[in-house]
Design a binder for this molecule. Structure first.
Ligand SMILES: NC(=O)c1ccc[n+]([C@@H]2O[C@H](COP(=O)([O-])OP(=O)(O)OC[C@H]3O[C@@H](n4cnc5c(N)ncnc54)[C@H](OP(=O)(O)O)[C@@H]3O)[C@@H](O)[C@H]2O)c1
Length: 339
């Protein structure tokens, strides 16, 4: 028996008790984790909107039939592997797939995952930077990649980012502004301007007045958009796009429903591009986007975006995220640089 199989370690799991989610730290051993060919010592994880939803029992993304280690993102170092593509000591990233929802995830000192889910840490990123990025960075970078693939250029006009103080939003503001785009940042937070300017926003748009003034079609303002919110905000964005503007539809922080009109599509030829970094993003494409995140799309202001917390403080962050009280990306130090 190897040393790690007999070891116990700390994990944050969601239990379902009488239909209600209960989050608590448990002491586990490797055999308690779901199967996988690769055992990883977790260095860092992060807190995504999806993690907060799992902890609070919102949505139906996390399994309820037995406890699950949550955490959809992790970075760490391979402890052992029966998959020949990985060896002890390799630095790796895992995001999405079933991690932290149907398969034990990143909020534990050890993770055990299928080799097919693993991205080798690209040169140019540290394990900590990989988690400032995580699912949120992958989403923002895929949105950038798809919008530019569709022909968007800084000379065509401004890019609007909604939910701009959130994880995906902050990283999108940083990436687009550092590539020469004028970024308009939509936020519901009245005190967010200094933060948003520090990460590259040129214009701050207050969400409430923006929604109060909206009509079926509004004066054209934006050539591109990254929407993390859905609902009325996405309707407003669509209605204020320049002719042939493109909207990367990424999130649903305000809900999954969209009530809009056909006018932006028919009168202005607006396009919606669906962004999905879950299992549906094939590994070659995933590797390509991570490679871009480590090189030309590496956001330059990660130090302003990170909110680093120790593992013990993790449970207190879920309400803050659902209550929209966080700016930037919460990175959870699990083993940290010691792994
Ligand atoms: N497509 C994909 O593959 C993919 C991948 C990752 C995440 N996502 C989705 O993207 C969204 C953002 O994720 P995240 O991790 O960045 O979340 P987050 O850090 O919690 O950010 C969400 C932001 O949205 C805004 N917001 C929250 N509640 C709102 C409401 N009721 N109405 C309007 N705006 C609201 C807030 O920004 P302001 O206060 O600045 O307005 C908040 O900071 C989530 O829906 C998530 O599920 C999708």
């Amino acid at each position: 028996m190897s040393a790690v199989s007999s070891k116990t370690f700390k994990a944050l799991r969601v239990h379902t008790v009488n239909g209600t989610p209960v989050v608590r730290f448990d002491c586990l051993s490797l055999s308690d984790l779901d199967e996988g060919e690769v055992v990883i010592r977790t260095a860092y994880s992060a807190v995504n909107y999806k993690d907060a939803m799992a902890a609070k029992g919102l949505g139906k993304n996390v399994r309820t039939e037995r406890p699950c280690v949550t955490g959809v993102d992790l970075s760490g170092v391979v402890e052992n592997s029966s998959d020949p593509r990985f060896k002890r000591g390799d630095s790796v990233i895992v995001t999405n797939y079933a991690l932290g929802a149907r398969h034990d995830g990143g909020y534990a000192e050890y993770a055990r995952v299928p080799g097919d889910w693993i991205v080798p840490l690209p040169q140019g990123l540290t394990l900590k930077e990989a988690m400032i990025l995580g699912s949120a960075g992958l989403t923002a970078a895929l949105a950038f990649d798809r919008l530019e693939e569709g022909g968007l250029k800084p000379t065509q006009g401004a890019v609007v980012v909604t939910g701009s103080t959130g994880g995906v939003g902050s990283l999108a503001v940083d990436i687009f502004s550092s590539h020469g785009y004028r970024v308009a940042a939509v936020t519901g937070k009245s005190d967010a301007e200094p933060y948003l300017r520090a990460i590259g926003a040129a214009e701050i748009v207050s969400r409430k007045p923006m929604l109060e003034s909206r009509k079926a079609i509004n004066p054209p303002r934006w050539a591109g958009a990254v929407d993390n919110v859905g609902g009325d905000v996405l309707d407003m964005v669509a209605s204020a796009m320049l002719p042939h503007g493109r909207v990367a539809v990424c999130g649903m922080a305000a809900g999954y429903k969209l009530s809009t009109s056909v006018l932006p599509f028919i009168l202005r030829g607006v396009d919606f591009l669906g962004i999905n970094v879950s299992r549906a993003l094939a590994m070659p494409e995933r590797l390509r986007i991570w490679q871009r995140l480590a090189t030309d799309l590496k956001p330059p202001r990660l130090d302003s975006i990170i909110r680093r917390i120790p593992f013990d403080e993790l449970p207190s962050t879920f309400d803050q995220l659902i209550g929209s009280a966080v700016m930037g990306r919460i990175v959870v130090e699990i083993g940290g640089e010691r792994v």
